[in-house]
Design a protein around this ligand. Structure first.
Ligand code: NZQ
Ligand code: ZN
Length: 393
């Protein structure tokens, strides 16, 4: 096993009506001027935004709102938020939404803490952040795990680059999680969210270095729990218990817990998907589902013991005549699960058909963003990445 640092400073406030505590939680952080950041219309339509504002007013907190964050959040919206935040002298950013809103809020928070520097430099990896304004979240979709993660993913729409920047200083101060808030989600988003949660766990599970039994067992339980509840939600979207299981899983899958003792994880599927998001603006979780099976077949032989363990312990596969057959049955069972909940298992089903030229462009960009090579299950270079895109069409 590898040594590790496990750092999860985020206070989690979980359960029905917890959003009513938001004003109080921000006061405890010592903040008084809040930029409230949200997405399209869902938080307005549901009345959530009004409830948030009422809680802030009751706590005597000054606030301004900025909505309009889109999935695969854009740099231009971040810049808009920086402008407003500067003018109002914001000392806290409150994200009301999902991964896109939270990531946009984190980027604004980085920028406001270091006003002399350009925020995109972080995502271009030409500098490291020294400071970040505090961020709090009211989560409305279980998926990205950004409510507890150190990660922030922004799309520069001028260049088509979707890039991440990871730093513990941006981990949110608190995450308010009321599973009821996710009931209004379109099915596609619920299911894409479940695919993303599973991928955050699997990225850390399919490794070739050391691991720990406790970590593996937590990961397997998390995967089984998400699969079980994703199927419940597919037929009964209003099921509170299932919503709650999936919501807590979204945070545990990406707060570092399922990576303790391993080598940092594989994350090649995520890097491959980010290029698809940058070029085609696909839904993140669905993009992951569309490419995972192809990735798994491509790397399987280099990480066979993990694929066998996954097949048996997670997918419930009976051991076959040899390890390869067992591993393959596990991958097939996973794809069958994706199909059952309406997720794509290739790019065509995702609704994109990249040309050979586009594939080469994505592979080149993915390799560049990965420093030339990515993966733990198998090290992937630019030519491997292109081949996975080709086979996933
Ligand atoms: O904008 P609104 O109207 O709110 O609609 C959103 C959006 O269209 C809708 N939605 C959210 N909550 C809702 C709701 N609709 C009805 N009722 C609700 N309660 O759902 C759509 C998707 O929202 P989004 O925030 O994009 O979803 P998600 O949480 O999946 O975030 C995806 C983004 O996070 C990044 C992804 O790459 C993508 O950009 N990721 C961030 C990570 C991180 N920071 O740790 C890790 C992930 O691997 C991921 O890369
Ligand atoms: Zn993800």
């Amino acid at each position: 096993m590898f040594g590790f640092t496990y750092y999860t400073p985020t206070k989690v406030v979980f359960g029905r009506k917890t959003e009513e505590q938001v004003g109080e939680l921000i006061l405890k952080e010592g903040a008084g001027k809040v930029l409230v950041h949200f997405g399209g219309q869902s938080a307005v339509r549901s009345g959530l935004l009004e409830r948030i504002k009422a809680s802030l007013d009751a706590a005597g907190i000054e606030h301004q709102e900025l909505g309009g964050v889109v999935p695969n959040p854009r740099l231009s919206k971040v810049r808009e938020g920086i402008e407003i935040g500067r003018k109002m002298g914001a000392d806290f950013i409150l994200a009301v939404g999902g991964g896109s809103v939270i990531d946009s809020a984190k980027a604004i928070a980085y920028a406001l803490a270091e006003p002399e520097a350009d925020v995109w430099e972080l995502f271009a990896h030409t500098r490291q952040a020294k400071k970040c304004l505090p961020v709090g979240t009211v989560l409305t979709i279980a998926a990205a795990g950004s409510e507890m993660s150190n990660s922030c993913v922004i799309t520069n729409e001028e260049t088509g680059e979707k890039r991440s920047y990871n730093d513990d200083i941006a981990r949110p101060r608190f995450a308010i999680m009321n599973p009821e808030l996710t009931v209004t989600l379109p099915d596609w988003q619920t299911e894409s969210g479940c695919a993303d949660i599973m991928m955050h766990t699997m990225e850390r599970y399919f490794v070739n270095g050391g691991t720990m039994e406790i970590t593996d067992s937590i990961a397997e339980a998390l995967l089984r729990t998400v699969m079980h509840n994703a199927e419940i939600l597919h037929h009964d979207p209003a099921n509170y218990e299932a919503r709650a299981e999936v919501m807590w899983a979204s945070s545990l899958a990406h707060n570092g817990l399922t990576g303790c003792g391993n080598d940092g994880g594989d994350f090649a599927t995520h890097m491959l998907e980010h290029e698809m998001g940058g070029m085609f603006d696909v839904t993140h979780g669905a993009g992951l589902a569309a490419i995972w099976g192809t990735w798994a077949r491509y790397v399987m032989k280099d990480c066979l013991p993990r694929f066998v363990r996954y097949a048996v312990n997670v997918m419930g596969v009976e051991p076959k005549e040899n390890d390869e057959a067992t591993a393959l049955a596990g991958i097939e069972a996973m794809e069958a699960f994706y199909r059952r909940i309406g997720m794509p298992t290739n790019m065509r089903e995702l609704g994109i058909e990249p040309t050979e030229e586009q594939i080469l462009e994505m592979a080149k960009s993915c390799a560049a963003a990965s420093g030339g090579v990515k993966g733990s299950a198998k090290k992937l270079y630019c030519a491997d990445m292109a081949e996975i895109y080709r086979r996933a069409r």
